[in-house]
Ligand binder design. Structure first.
Ligand code: AMP
Length: 472
């Protein structure tokens, strides 16, 4: 059954505009929700990202809000700042003649600026619960004229502990509003929330597409001014700890230099580029496949001959020139339904390139500062915790129990466990990363002391610069 946007009840002007965006026919979630939303029904939509749910709830709002009324009439709550920005951008692209006004409100941005924007009047707000609640409490945001409320990724709100904030916001909205919840899963808490705040909702469930959507998390680390990319790379590698990674660089020279530096720092890594002979390439490929080498530093052109796809990480040390290359590069991770991570290192000046890629690929990108020592330490402890959980269920545990009973004659069980953990931690985590080691200030990556044990020495941050724009 193929429906047209017109038959769903959207205006001719909107349908024409959607055509120009390349939206020729509605997706399943759009076909099933838009008529209900236009008719004023409350709704629960069970659908995942990638199904077109943003347009499903946005189009009815855009058709109905009154652009001549400066009051906030529609509110979309999202669990994260990134999603708020993404939804706001998508909604803006569906508008006709730049109306109505849509504002994204999220934490981490100066609240005064958001207050000023609100004072100037906006019809639609897309925001995260914390910031929305803050602005409600300050009295700058009013929900008095609210006619529509959408909860996007309700299950994520729950996971992130925002449900109480959401409840507070929902209870401040006028009773006669229309409410829609979207969620990938329907946890009991979401159903409860729906029973409390929705009136006779229509349930719409869209099955996930058979080939599950590619899960590639795209992260961009912004290299601080005055830093080389190599200096920024080390804390990123420590935090992410990629199992298998392809690190893309622009030139053979960078490939060699970076590989040498990473090897000297104790990482399991090798280079792959045009200077290698066929047999050298084949040998590397075999070692990589057998996981004797965890990471490979490669140029784009050489990487075409590197038939390894099932990577946990793709790292863009240098950004490619063409968006197609970017898509091609990151497509090597996240295969076969497994989650993959694509990391890009960008200077502040290069950020716009990623914004372009983000717009063209319509895939959200998370921008992050280079991880601090505290963040790396927290991640290491978290890893240790899960390793302990695994060890507890292992069969080999029994052989260590006699040692514990012997030691317990002299020491308390907690002390013994803590000592064992400390030993395990020291064994796997280099000295400079340990949270209990001497204080080096807040940001480990500002000082790159020589890590001990596994990592050998620190990277020489000056020796390898980000490549000049010369192609292989
Ligand atoms: P979403 O699930 O809202 O994140 O949307 C997934 C992607 O599908 C986005 O890139 C949208 O731009 C795109 N999209 C949404 N609806 C349609 C449609 N009817 N036709 C073509 N693309 C669409």
């Amino acid at each position: 059954m193929t429906l047209s946007f017109t038959s769903l009840g959207l205006s001719a002007a909107r349908v024409g505009h959607l055509e120009s965006l390349g939206y020729h026919e509605p997706t399943a979630i759009q076909a099933e929700t838009i008529p209900h939303l236009l008719s004023g029904r409350d709704l629960i939509g069970q659908a995942q990202t990638g199904t077109g749910k943003t347009a499903a709830f946005s189009l009815p709002l855009l058709e109905q809000v009154d652009s001549n009324n400066p009051a906030v009439q529609a509110l979309v709550l999202t669990p994260t700042r990134e999603l708020a920005i993404q939804v706001c951008q998508a909604m803006r692209s569906y508008r006709l003649n730049g109306r109505p006004k849509i504002l994204a409100l999220y934490g981490g941005q100066a609240i005064e600026r958001q207050q000023e924007q609100l004072r100037r009047g906006t019809q639609i707000v897309v925001g995260t619960p914390g910031r929305v609640l803050d602005l409600l409490n300050r009295g700058t945001l009013s929900l008095k004229s609210l006619g529509w409320l959408v909860l996007d990724e309700a299950d994520e709100m729950l996971n992130m502990g925002f449900i109480q904030d959401v409840e507070k916001i929902l209870s401040q909205a006028p009773a006669n509003r229309q409410t829609a919840f979207f969620s990938a899963t329907m946890a009991a808490e979401i159903r409860e929330l729906a029973t409390k705040f929705l009136q006779a909702p229509v349930m719409v469930t869209i099955q996930a597409p058979k080939t599950s959507p590619r899960q590639i998390q795209q992260v961009a680390y912004v290299v601080p001014r005055g830093w080389t990319k190599v200096r920024a790379l080390q804390p990123i590698l420590e935090l992410e700890d990629p199992e298998t990674a392809l690190i893309f660089v622009r030139t053979r020279r960078t490939a060699s230099d970076l590989t040498r530096q990473l090897q000297a720092a104790g990482y399991s890594v090798d280079e792959y580029h045009g200077d290698l002979s066929q047999s050298q390439r084949e040998r590397l490929l075999m070692r990589f496949r057998q996981q004797q080498v965890r990471w490979v530093v490669a140029t784009d052109i050489a990487a075409r001959g590197l038939h390894v796809d099932d990577l946990t990480h793709v790292i863009n040390f240098d950004l490619p020139d063409a968006i197609e290359s970017y898509v091609h590069r990151i497509g090597r991770t996240g295969r076969a339904g497994k989650a993959g991570v694509a990391i890009s290192l960008v200077t502040p000046l290069e950020k716009y390139k990623l914004r372009q890629i983000e717009r063209q690929t319509k895939q959200p990108m998370t921008f992050m500062p280079v991880p601090t020592r505290a963040e790396i330490a927290a991640r290491n402890l978290e890893r240790l915790r899960s390793q302990v959980r695994e060890a507890i269920t292992s069969e080999r545990l029994a052989s260590f129990l006699p040692i514990v009973s012997q030691l317990s004659e002299d020491y308390d069980i907690h002390t013994i466990a803590a000592a064992a953990l400390q030993m395990a931690y020291d064994h796997t985590v280099p000295a400079w990363q340990r949270s209990d080691s001497h204080d080096q200030g807040d940001n480990a990556s500002q000082v790159v002391p020589a890590p001990k044990k596994r990592k050998g020495t620190a990277l020489n941050s000056e020796a390898v610069e980000s490549s000049p724009p010369v192609k292989e």
